[in-house]
Design a binder for this molecule. Structure first.
Ligand SMILES: Nc1ncnc2c1ncn2[C@@H]1O[C@H](COP(=O)(O)OP(=O)(O)OP(=O)(O)O)[C@@H](O)[C@H]1O
Length: 335
């Protein structure tokens, strides 16, 4: 196990005038044994950063460290990391056992050691009964577990996960998420997990790195990211439906954006007059889509509460305890 460090990490693709910079100086220190989720929209540079840790991409500037070691320039096989991809990348003609053993045999580990490690990993992942099957004889979730098993047997210092759940259906994703959590509790290996799914990020992360346009906008616990988003981007990205971000509501000063989550709006006879645009029932809750002058906002209420009629004018106010304010120019949090 080891810590994982990023110091002013930069990535440029290409050279000369055609070069594009896609990572703009990322700084982060991941502690030994931590489970970190890197989250952000498509193209924000998550895979690039992960691949730089793995050694599959050069590091244009700055430094990546694993434990005490700077790994810039160290070849992938010598970095002591294991990576789990979304497409599993299993060998179709090999049994589950051989798939898991492959990397160890290449390193010429004694066969008894290979067998012991594969059997131990299979037990942890509940794959013992499936060791003689081929990948084609497994379900998607089982294949994903084999892919994880192949990573575990190597006993790496760091695990890297590149959207490993994105090929699974919703139910299996939820289940595999729990298995990954359990596995991390058992093994305690430092892990960096990439996803664009905010639910996955919130539920798996001990701390999360929220990426946007090649920059890290926040690095904090899921609770902190939700309760005190560091920027307008983070505020809009985390939470479904997202935080209301209001520039023109009554009382909001020029140059300021007021943020209020849909669950933090209250009925108030003296409050803002809003017209009900549409209503969605989501089982236990109802979402009211409201129009306040030129602003749209969403309010979340319990489904059992009386719902207003479409086109009706309702009066609401933000709960003061949960107001966020951001600088409209820099996008950064003020309070
Ligand atoms: N080989 C390359 N040459 C030039 N640009 C590249 C190359 N690979 C990636 N990029 C660019 O780098 C940026 C970051 O890409 P990256 O794949 O890291 O994003 P991502 O956050 O992982 O996205 P996704 O969630 O869609 O996989 C993108 O703008 C992409 O177009």
């Amino acid at each position: 196990m080891a810590s994982l460090g990023f110091k002013q990490v930069i990535k440029r693709y290409g050279v000369g005038p055609a070069a594009v910079q896609v990572i703009h100086g990322v700084d982060a220190q991941i502690h030994d044994g931590e489970f970190i989720v890197m989250v952000g929209p498509s193209g924000c540079g998550k895979s690039t950063l992960l691949r730089m840790v793995a050694g599959l991409e050069d590091i244009t500037g700055g430094e990546i460290t694993i434990g005490e070691r700077t790994v810039n320039g160290i070849e992938p096989a010598k970095r002591d990391i294991a990576m789990v991809f979304q497409n599993y990348a299993l060998y179709p003609h090999m049994s589950v056992f051989d798939n898991m053993a492959y990397g160890l045999r290449i390193r010429r580990l004694p066969e008894a050691e290979v067998r012991a490690r594969v059997e131990a990993a299979a037990k942890t992942l509940e794959l013992s009964a499936l060791l003689q099957r081929r990948p084609s004889q497994l379900s998607g979730g089982q294949r994903q577990r084999v892919a994880m098993g192949r990573a575990i047997v190597r006993q790496p210092q760091v695990f890297l996960f590149d959207e490993p759940l994105s090929n699974l259906d919703a139910k299996l994703r939820a289940q595999t998420r729990l298995e990954i959590q359990k596995l991390h509790r058992t093994l305690g290996i430092t892990s960096l997990f990439v996803t664009h799914d905010q639910v996955e990020a919130m539920t798996l992360a001990q701390r999360m790195m929220v990426m946007n346009g090649g920059r890290m906008e926040q690095f904090a616990t899921p609770e902190e990211v939700y309760r005190r988003p560091a920027s307008l981007f983070v505020a809009g990205f985390m939470g479904a439906p997202p935080m209301n971000l209001l520039r023109h509501a009554p009382g909001v000063q020029a140059g300021t954006v007021l943020g209020i989550r849909p669950e933090h709006l209250l009925w108030d006879e003296q409050g803002w007059a809003c017209v009900v645009d549409s209503i969605e029932l989501l089982g236990a809750e109802r979402l009211l889509h409201l129009r306040l002058g030129e602003e749209d906002l969403t309010m979340r209420i319990p489904a059992q509460d009386a719902a207003p009629a479409l086109g009706e004018t309702v009066r609401i106010r933000p709960n003061e305890a949960f107001i966020h304010t951001f600088d409209a120019d820099t996008g950064l949090r003020r309070a």
